[in-house]
Design a protein. Sequence first.
Length: 74
Amino acid sequence: MKTYVDVETIALPCGFSCPIAIKWKDGRLWKISRVLHTCTPAANEFEGIRYTIIIGSAEKYLYKENDKWYVVSA
């Protein structure tokens, strides 16, 4: 299930937006320490761009669909 979240980004000189933090609706803020990889779907497995990110010591996925960001809850 998609859960839409607010994401803080920085704009890189090449025009790419790099996510640096995820903010939940309840106010919790999770700093993204690293973006490992970005990709687009090969099939209909997800919508938009998938970012493989590191939060703390955990590897997670963050998605950008047009101008909205979401995570997928298990």
